[in-house]
Design a protein around this ligand. Structure first.
Ligand code: MD6
Ligand code: FE
Length: 229
């Protein structure tokens, strides 16, 4: 894959939105240097992951955060781990307690940790020591505008991102918000590992289309495992 000076991506791979032969599974697709899609890596354990999301949400429920700029996010969010990503008047922070309950965030379910290690291994990174997991829930129309994940303390560690439920179109950009983006469809069970030279790329999610998923109903869920502190 070639990269332009602005960090924009060229040479996008064909066959983006179709997989007539089912050959995606088990593959490792380079989206950018040090950013890999592992199609279907989480498919087999999806039900277990979905159940674990329910356990997390029973302790710290999904909520729509308000950005420091005063905008209510269309994505509903919760966390598990020793810290969770949230907002306050000063900006975005990793906090040991859930501000909604005043209690620590739920712990990271063992199924999440095992998947995180499997994913970093397959992508050729050192095993991720995740201490935070952001759980996003998208309803139809929910989107995530272009952003960088840069609030984590250890930017040498990658992020592992797991997609469940309704499909999404993921936008991958460069190192400035204005750099060109490319699109990639993420399906139920897909995992993206994202680090090294791509760790600070801008990225986002287009508005989710209506639908119903056999396991997750009218939602898309996304888990991101991080070394936050
Ligand atoms: C999502 N994901 O797919 C949002 N961030 O719902 C992210 O924002 C993300 O997928 C960093 C690395 C991978 C990601
Ligand atoms: Fe992100």
């Amino acid at each position: 894959m070639n990269e332009s000076a602005s960090g924009g991506l060229t040479g996008w791979t064909p066959g983006l939105f179709d997989d007539p032969t089912g050959s995606r599974k088990g593959a490792r697709i380079e989206l950018a240097p040090d950013a890999y899609l592992l199609p279907g890596l989480a498919s087999a354990e999806a039900a277990e992951l979905f159940e674990a999301i329910g356990v997390v949400a029973a302790q710290s429920d999904f909520r729509h955060l308000v950005t420091p700029g005063g905008h209510r996010m269309s994505v509903a969010m919760t966390n598990c781990g020793s810290v969770g990503w949230t907002t306050n008047e000063r900006g975005y922070v990793y906090s040991p307690n859930d501000p909604a309950t005043g209690r620590p965030w739920p712990s990271i379910p063992p199924a999440f940790e095992a998947l995180g290690r499997r994913a970093t291994d397959l992508a050729g990174f050192a095993p991720l020591s995740a201490n935070a997991c952001v759980v996003n829930r998208y309803e139809p129309g929910s989107r995530l505008t272009l952003h960088q994940d840069k609030d984590e303390q250890d930017l040498t560690q990658p992020i592992v991102s797991v997609s469940l439920g309704l499909p999404a179109v993921f936008l991958l950009g460069g190192f400035e918000r204005s750099a060109p983006t490319v699109r990639r469809k993420l399906e139920h069970g897909d995992v993206v590992v994202w680090g090294g030279a791509s760790r600070l790329r801008f990225h986002g999610v287009l508005p989710i289309e209506s639908g119903s998923h056999p396991l997750c109903g009218p939602y898309r869920y996304n888990l991101t495992f991080r070394a936050a502190r």
